[in-house]
Design a protein around this ligand. Structure first.
Ligand code: PAF
Length: 283
C-alpha cells in the first residue's frame, strides 16, 4: 500500500492502471477511519481491481466556528487500516495541493443543498461537491463508495454525477453502528463518557421512528413529534433538525409515500451528530 501526496503522482498511477484495463474504486474520506469507512473499503475491494482511499480534511466544507482545526488527523493509523483492508493507494494531498492560491472554481448545486444539513451548514455542500468533483477528476474511478449515514450528501453526489454526466457509478453503503446502536462517526471521538451515553438517544429515536413506520404511521408531522419527544428526554441533547423528506428531492413530505428519508442532526454537548433511516415501500 502506498501513500500518494500529489495530484500528478495520483493521476500517473491511475493512468498506468487504466492502461492495463483495470477498474478503479474510490472511497472518499476525511480520515480518522472507522468501521463505517472499513465497510466502504471492503465494498470497493470486492467490486474493483484497484482501490484508492482519499484522506483529506477538506477545508472548504467547514464553516467559520466549525471543527476544521479540531478534526482528528492520524495518517499513520489511517494508512494501517487501509492496508489491512486491501487498499492499493491512500491519496493524502495537502490543502495547498488541492487548492493552490489561484484556485477559483467551485461546484454549486441548487435546491437539494438547501434543506437539512445544508440549511444548518451554509456552504458545506459547495465544499463537498467541489472536492468530490476534483477527486473524481484526479482518480477517475469506475465506482465511488459513500455511506448512507450522510444521506443528503449521497443524494447530492448522485444528482451531481447525473447532472454533470460524470463517468462514475455512485454506490451507497448501509450505516454501520456500534453494538449499542450509535452510528459510527469520526466525531464520536469528541464525546465525553457521559456524552457518549447520551448520544444513544439518536439511535433510540431512529428505532422509534422505524417502529412507527413499520406499524403503519405515514404522517410526517406525527413521526417528527414522536422522534422529537424521544430526543427531548435526554438533557444533553439539542435538536438541530428532525425532518421527513423525499429521498430524492430532500423536500419535506406531509405523508410518506413510496420512499422517504427520515433524517436528524442533534447536538450532544458541542458535538453535532447525524443519523437517519430510509423508508422504501416493499422493502
Ligand atoms: O463524507 C465525508 O467524509 C466528506 O464529506 C467527503 C465526501 C470525503 C468530502 O470531503
Amino acid at each position: 500500500m502506498e501513500i500518494v501526496e500529489t495530484v500528478c503522482a495520483m493521476k500517473a498511477q491511475v493512468a498506468a492502471w487504466k492502461a492495463e484495463g483495470l477498474t478503479v474504486g474510490l472511497v472518499p474520506t476525511m480520515g480518522s477511519l472507522h468501521a463505517g469507512h472499513e465497510s466502504l473499503m471492503d465494498a470497493a475491494r470486492a467490486a474493483c481491481d484497484r482501490v484508492v482511499v482519499s484522506v483529506f480534511v477538506n477545508p472548504i466544507q467547514f464553516g467559520p466556528g466549525e471543527d476544521f482545526d479540531a478534526y482528528p488527523r492520524d495518517i499513520e493509523r489511517d494508512g494501517a487500516i487501509a492496508a489491512a483492508h486491501g487498499v492499493d493507494v491512500v491519496f493524502h494531498p495537502t490543502a495547498e495541493e488541492m487548492y493552490p492560491p489561484a484556485h477559483n472554481t467551485y461546484v454549486v448545486m441548487e435546491t437539494l443543498t438547501d434543506a437539512l444539513c445544508g440549511a444548518s451548514r451554509p456552504g458545506h455542500f459547495r465544499g463537498v461537491c467541489t472536492v468530490v468533483t476534483k477527486l473524481f477528476n484526479i482518480v477517475r474511478p469506475d465506482q465511488a463508495f459513500f455511506g448512507q449515514k450522510d444521506a443528503q450528501q449521497l443524494a447530492i453526489i448522485k444528482r451531481m454525477v447525473a447532472d454533470l454526466n460524470m463517468n462514475v457509478t455512485v454506490v451507497g453503503c448501509p450505516i454501520v453502528r456500534e453494538e449499542d446502536g450509535l452510528a459510527k462517526s469520526s466525531r464520536n471521538a469528541y464525546l465525553s463518557p457521559e456524552e457518549r451515553q447520551a448520544a444513544l438517544v439518536l439511535s433510540r429515536a431512529i428505532r422509534a421512528g422505524e417502529a412507527a413506520v413499520a406499524a403503519g404511521e405515514r404522517d410526517g408531522t406525527t413521526l417528527r413529534r414522536l422522534m422529537t419527544a424521544v430526543i427531548e428526554e435526554e438533557p444533553l441533547a439539542r435538536i438541530d433538525y428532525i425532518e421527513v423528506v423525499d429521498g430524492l428531492t430532500m423536500r419535506p413530505v406531509e405523508a410518506i409515500g413510496e420512499t422517504a428519508l427520515v433524517a436528524m442532526a442533534v447536538y450532544i454537548g458541542r458535538t453535532r451528530l447525524i443519523d437517519n433511516f430510509l423508508y422504501e415501500a416493499g422493502e
